[in-house]
Design a protein around this ligand. Structure first.
Ligand code: DGL
Length: 368
């Protein structure tokens, strides 16, 4: 058992990056009197394309850090972490860390709200590839409402578009329309769409543009706030462990200035933030940072069907991204904004990693 302070402390809210700020905002509107610690693992975001093990390990580190900083209650303000890590942390780790501390997620409160919203009993879910692949939404929905038909669609780039500050750009329209159409094509009777990623409320004006009238769009911030309020009322022993000074302190694993600048997009207010280290930033052997890319988050993964769409969507829409083909092995580098790179390889992972590791700044062929 770890030596953690038993003194009351703030409520922790964790997200892979900025998205959880939409959850924090919703919570604070309903529960402004409590103290909060927000922790964004921006240096390792996005989580949405990462494996179960990696998301579990990162989230566990973050929860532990928030406990060490005095929190007794932590909300995972991230669907990917809630889908992939919450249950494991609750079952495997909490009993050893401190059985009285609690970690809550965002999926259950969202699911509870759909019953009264859907008339057709056909619901759609938009989320990161990790959340959709985990099947957490259909599983949780069917536990409570077995009669509801659920269709999910992974929006591979939406969170990255928001993180890159491109939520208002024309380039975003292409992907938002394409992904909404793909979801609605799966089931024409959908009358409620869950935005199953905390970044997506930032895209709401554009989402509304492409979702036909009469379909409910469900964002999570208020729902999580209401659920937390209810939880604290039902658990006075936990409520007594949460301090009430109305403060909010922000921590990020990225550069402080970068977080402060981007956080205003999510909160419409200035925040002051402190840098914090969580574990080791080396994520797994698919992800790496090189000297020339020091300030970038770099993801590497296989995505054979991506190239045509990315080139078409991103390059046609005023160049929010630059896509480059490296050599002849089908390895592509896609850069979104200044600090996010995705490497996509078609076939041979080993060959792809060799090219990426040995790459120079002279690209052999530009798709542009
Ligand atoms: N905020 C995360 C979520 O709600 C998505 C961003 C990410 O992929 O890290 O799933």
């Amino acid at each position: 058992m770890m030596a953690l302070s038993s003194a009351p402390g703030p409520i922790g809210v964790f997200d892979s990056g900025y998205g959880g700020l939409t959850i924090l905002h919703g919570i604070r509107q309903l529960l402004p009197e409590y103290d909060y610690l927000y922790l964004g693992d921006n240096a390792r975001a996005p989580y949405g394309t990462r494996s179960f093990d990696v998301v579990y390990s990162f989230t566990r580190q973050a929860v532990l850090k928030l406990f060490e900083m005095g929190c007794h209650l932590v909300v995972l303000g991230c669907n990917t972490a809630s889908a992939k890590a919450l249950r494991s942390i609750q079952q495997n780790n909490l009993p050893h860390i401190d059985p009285k501390r609690r970690v809550l997620g965002v999926i259950r409160p969202t699911v509870e709200a759909i019953d009264t919203l859907t008339q057709s009993r056909h619901v759609g879910v938009l989320g990161t590839p990790g959340t959709i692949k985990s099947e957490s939404y259909p599983l949780e929905i069917h536990k409570l409402f077995p009669d509801i038909q659920v269709s999910g669609h992974a929006c591979a780039l939406w969170a990255a578009i928001v993180e890159a500050g491109e939520a208002q750009s024309e380039g975003a329209d292409y992907f938002i329309q394409k992904d909404i159409n793909a979801l609605l094509a799966k089931d024409h009777e959908i009358d409620t769409i869950i935005l199953g990623c905390t970044h997506y409320p930032i895209l709401l004006p554009k989402i509304r543009k492409f979702v036909p009238e009469g379909i409910n769009i469900l964002a999570q911030g208020n729902l999580v706030g209401e659920s937390l309020k209810d939880y604290l009322q039902r658990h006075p022993e936990m409520d007594a462990k949460c301090t009430k000074g109305g403060t909010c302190t922000y921590f990020t694993t990225e550069a402080e200035e970068k977080f402060a600048e981007s956080a205003t997009t999510f909160l419409s207010e200035q925040v002051s933030v402190q840098h914090i280290e969580l574990g080791n930033n080396q994520t797994n052997n698919y992800s790496m940072e090189t000297k020339e890319d020091k300030s970038r988050t770099t993801e590497v993964f296989q995505g054979t069907s991506w190239e045509a769409e990315l080139v078409k969507g991103l390059l046609e829409s005023n160049g929010i991204a630059c896509m480059t083909r490296m050599g002849s092995a089908g390895v592509y580098s896609l850069t979104i904004g200044n600090d996010y790179s995705v490497w996509v390889f078609e076939k041979d992972k080993a060959q792809a990693l060799e090219i990426i590791n040995n790459r120079t700044e002279t690209h052999e062929e530009d798709v542009e």
